[in-house]
Design a protein around this ligand. Sequence first.
Ligand code: NAD
Length: 493
Amino acid sequence: MIPTFRSQLFIDGEYVPAASGHTFPVFNPANNEVLAEVARAGSEEVERAVAAARRAFDEGPWPKMKTAERAKRLRRLAELLLEHAAELERIESLDVGKPLKESGGHDIPRAANNFAFFADALSQWTQDAHWGEGNWLGQEVNLLSVTLRQPLGVAAIIVPWNSPMMLGTWKLAPCLAVGCTAVLKPSELAPLSLLKLGEIAQKAELPPGVLNVLTGFGEVGAALVAHPRVDAVSFTGGVATGKQVMRAAADTLKRISLELGGKSPNIVFADADLESAVNGAVRAIFRSQGQSCVAGSRLLLQESVYDRFLERLLAAVAQLKVGDPLDPTTDFGPLISPQHRQRVEGFIQSGLDEGARLLVGGTRPRDPALQRGNYLLPTVFAGVTGTMRICREEIFGPVLTVQRFRDEEEAIRLANDTTYGLAGFIWTRDVNRALRVASAVKTGMVWVNSFFLRDLRTPFGGARESGIGREGGRYSLEFYTEPKFVCVPYTAL
Ligand code: NAD
């Protein structure tokens, strides 16, 4: 299957070029060849896309449509994504460098499920009613207050490059489900799968303007955040950009949701099922080459299993097959860009300079077949202390730091010694300890004896500098709606 790329902007139900005629190249991280020249949106296209989304919301059928009818369209989107899965997973692997095992085995099915899930969620969503008492003009009355949740309007959805389809649809599905309309801004580094979504929206007969996709650079995201006719911004990306988004959104007091970076601790206690914990630790850091917000990038090992665990971990790392993302047996592909690889190599150098002990990796692979791609071997550092840059900053690459701890108290202290608070992982057979540590770790999410198992009803997101707000189930539906109570007094008996 040779995929075809879409390279124009999707505005008001149609693919159109940028008025300026400007384009930018999108590269294949496995060989740095140009995959496509994609239209580069500018301020004119931001205006057109926002106007289209505004019209579709203010005048179009979408927000007024019966819930069951909107849900039907979302289910159709889900079906279409699955029908196009073979093409979409290849596009994602070519564009992001994600092994097919992940794009085909996880991301594209999950993207379809995002739509199916929120189509179903609509029928399960309940709203509040409050009964009370009051006094109106000297007369005792009963009060019925009903909370309506009305669609908020036009949402800007801004996503990063690491899992475009999974993350983009995670935001888009609840947005569309409640009747909002969207301007979606994929990352300039990997926009191809989300651009294809326009084609799928046409097939699913989404009314024009309900979904708009603008490819371009950060300036497009910034213009959407500042735009007075955009009502909400759902952003996933880096902490520094998230802070800019929050500042810029203040001028128009927009509702924002920020899903940002992490430096998540992976805590292994001596009583854990070590085999399972080793598998979990390897997946947690090396899945997507470490380019995952929930990466378990700080491994904390209890003293008594430290040596045994590391030995097994290194054996498991040696088993990872580094190679072409399109090879179905590949476990580990290239990094997104030469610049990003250089940035990660800078961290590796800083680890060496600061005295950490390199156990494996740290270099590019020697395999001649991989020389043109942005490959960097899975890397593990021991002898790491909490002051080192590799332990403090989000690397967003395949670098695992290992620290040892004596007891639960020290594990919790090390786990919380960060400004981030996205995820935490705990490996133990003791359910009491699991729950104690889970409640003491300052993160938005904790996985016990597992990694990234998802129930889409749960609140996904981070504490501290990992973000603001939660997404998933009713949390997402609430984000895209305005609560309004309507008070109806009625005569008391
Ligand atoms: P980034 O912040 O550089 O870019 C994210 C998106 O924002 C891109 O589409 C970019 O074009 C746009 N953008 C850039 N400047 C902007 C501005 N001033 N205003 C509005 N939009 C702007 O992030 P990235 O490098 O693409 O992605 C990596 C980061 O994303 C990592 O920090 C990672 O942890 C984070 N991430 C978080 C989650 C989560 O759910 N918490 C998931 C995936 C990735």
